[in-house]
Design a protein around this ligand. Structure first.
Ligand code: 13P
Ligand code: SF4
Length: 307
């Protein structure tokens, strides 16, 4: 699949020169445009990216993803320069929970453990007991035992993990617009079109969609499943950027997006030009106030210890 835009090689070479000069590492989420994935030192899911950010010995981290991901890197590696090439690349779901609303809810549920999906602001992480990503959410929630859990901000992931715990999970009413867009009717139509395909969906999808799937998992789990499965065709219920890795890792297999609307516009705001500019000018940098960072770090470390 040739997906490289014109001028790719020249831009790439210039980026690589600046990367060396800055002793930088380029991290990219699997929802990024193909040319960004090609350029990155590491392409992965939210958990893998935060582990890379915590472990790198580079001086500069260029984060090709959305704001909360770069912020997570800045929480984990405060001594490093963390660049987000497009500062307006946010996550609408992360914006669906605010600190004041979370504090109000906590007051209503004084004994509850607050589990915070990594798709959230540093301030919200700082108010939470433990973080999770979609790759470890089930394990984290299971490890808490028979307790009351306030799960923020994704109601769909909260609903999914509630199946695996003895505790009571109270979901926040947030959602990912890209995943929540996939309706059971649309998935049914796609399944009718490709009756032999295995159906792989992300837990950010609606509960009714999850019921219809053969496999539910984070982006890394979906990639693993596609590699290991004997099926030759797959319907994919997550953001379209993952198709690039699916095709790269599985020559001869076919992948169909469950809905053409499963595109995250924020993930597509990063471009090669912006990566070059940010490496050259060392801007825009993502910083987290130290007092917030310390508290958010506790929730992230609690997660990483159990991952
Ligand atoms: P994962 O890659 O961790 O599954 O996350 C999905 C996502 O929505 C990131 O924004
Ligand atoms: Fe946020 Fe959804 Fe985009 Fe991920 S895909 S960044 S959860 S809006």
């Amino acid at each position: 699949m040739s997906t490289e835009p014109a001028g790719f090689e020249q831009l790439r070479d210039e980026i690589l020169r600046w990367k060396e000069r800055r002793n930088a590492v380029i991290l990219a989420h699997v929802y990024q445009p193909p040319e960004i994935q090609e350029l990155a030192d590491y392409v992965g899911d939210s958990l893998g990216l935060s582990q890379q950010a915590a472990g790198t010995d580079a001086d500069v981290i260029v984060f090709c993803g959305v704001h909360f991901m770069a912020e997570t890197a800045a929480i984990l590696s405060p001594e490093k320069v963390v660049l987000l090439p497009e500062p307006a690349a946010g996550c609408p779901m992360a914006d669906m929970v605010t600190v004041s609303a979370l504090r109000d809810k906590r007051r209503e549920m004084p004994g509850a453990v607050v589990v915070c999906y990594v798709n959230s602001s540093a301030e919200v992480k700082a108010e939470s007991d433990i973080c999770c990503t979609s790759a470890n959410a089930v394990r984290i929630v299971e490890s808490l035992g028979d307790v009351e859990i306030l799960f923020v901000p994704d109601r769909n992931l909260a609903h999914y993990v509630s199946r695996f715990t003895r505790g009571r999970v109270v979901p926040w009413d947030g959602y990912c617009p890209t995943h929540d867009r996939l309706t059971p009717e649309e998935l049914r139509r796609t399944m009718a079109e490709y009756p032999r395909a295995e159906v792989l969906v992300h837990p950010e999808c609606r509960p009714e969609v999850i019921e219809m799937a053969d496999f539910v998992g984070s982006t890394s789990a979906i990639l693993r499943r596609a590699r290991q499965s004997k099926a030759r065709e797959f319907i994919v219920g997550t953001e379209e950027g993952i198709l690039y890795q699916l095709y790269k890792q599985n020559p001869g297999k076919q992948f169909y997006l469950a809905s053409p609307a499963m595109v995250c516009p924020n993930m597509k705001r990063i471009s090669l030009e912006k990566v070059l500019r940010s490496l050259r000018d060392l801007t825009p940098q993502i910083r987290v106030p130290e007092e917030v960072r310390q508290r958010a770090l506790r929730a992230l470390e609690a997660m990483l210890e159990r991952s």
